[in-house]
Design a protein around this ligand. Structure first.
Ligand code: IPE
Ligand code: IPE
Ligand code: MG
Length: 239
């Protein structure tokens, strides 16, 4: 089974660059290329939603040059790749707090979203200035502002205010870069995601690693709290 929705924590850019005695920015630049090839590979495999972690609520703690380098890289990446992705049927959405980013960046995001809004092949959601906790808090604020009665606020109702309410929950959650943690990505939505941690550094992520993750996912038994699903030959074996 191919997952409908894949989420990726694109980690390891800095270490990839360091290994090559290059500045961290070089790793981020290569990371953009890895993202573009990954979204097209996911589309080729029939994945409907790809959500990637590009900048976390906590990444502001990095040195100013790195933060401004990343902001500038977004503008360069949109200028360089938007028309290619638009032509290949990619719908782009940005999730995260836009209030803290520059007008220029906000305009680039708006351009990316509006010029791809009619595409249907795959939805690429870029989580930028995003945190899973931020999302839960902003959803609660919107729910309160909507005037919803406390007894009407169930999981589905709160989910409708979450930044990714247009997408199903991620089936497969991949983190590259070797760290085995979530780092505040999609906390609400990943309740039953299958987790896959890869030592591959994000700039070197390609089809081989994607297919390894998909093959691993295909072997998982997703139970969602219910009993183990019966193997296909169970009836035969019992006879
Ligand atoms: C992930 O790579 C990209 C961002 C967080 C923007 P890192 O920059 O975290 O790279 P490492 O983990 O230091 O190698
Ligand atoms: C997570 O990576 C955020 C992104 C990939 C954008 P980090 O490198 O920021 O996470 P930690 O600090 O190792 O947990
Ligand atoms: Mg990192």
């Amino acid at each position: 089974m191919v997952p409908r929705h894949v989420a990726i924590v694109m980690d390891g850019n800095g270490r990839w660059a360091k290994k090559r005695f290059m500045p961290r920015f070089f790793g981020h630049k290569q990371g953009v290329d890895a993202l573009v090839r990954t979204v097209l590979s996911c589309a080729d495999r029939g994945i409907e939603y790809l959500t990637v972690f590009a900048f976390s609520s906590e990444n502001w703690k990095r040195p100013t040059e790195e933060v401004s380098g990343l902001m500038g890289l977004v503008l360069v990446a949109v200028a360089k790749y938007l028309s290619k992705l638009a032509d290949r049927g990619v719908r782009i959405r940005i999730v995260g707090d836009r209030s803290q980013v520059s007008d220029k960046l906000r305009q680039a995001w708006e351009q990316a979203e509006s010029s791809t809004r009619h595409n249907t092949r795959i939805t690429l959601s870029v989580a930028f200035n995003y945190g899973g906790r931020w999302d839960i808090v902003q959803a609660c604020r919107q729910a309160i502002a909507s005037g919803i009665a406390p007894e009407d606020l169930d999981e589905a109702a709160l989910n409708s205010f979450m930044a990714l309410s247009y997408a199903p929950d991620p089936d497969l959650f991949i983190r590259t870069g070797g760290e085995v943690r979530i780092s505040n990505f999609m906390l609400w939505q990943s309740a039953y995601s299958e987790l896959f941690f890869s030592d591959c550094l994000w700039p070197e992520f390609g089809d081989a690693e994607l297919d390894a993750a998909l093959a691993d996912y295909a072997r998982r038994d997703r139970r969602f709290g219910a009993v183990q699903s019966a193997p296909a030959n169970a009836a035969q074996g019992a006879a």
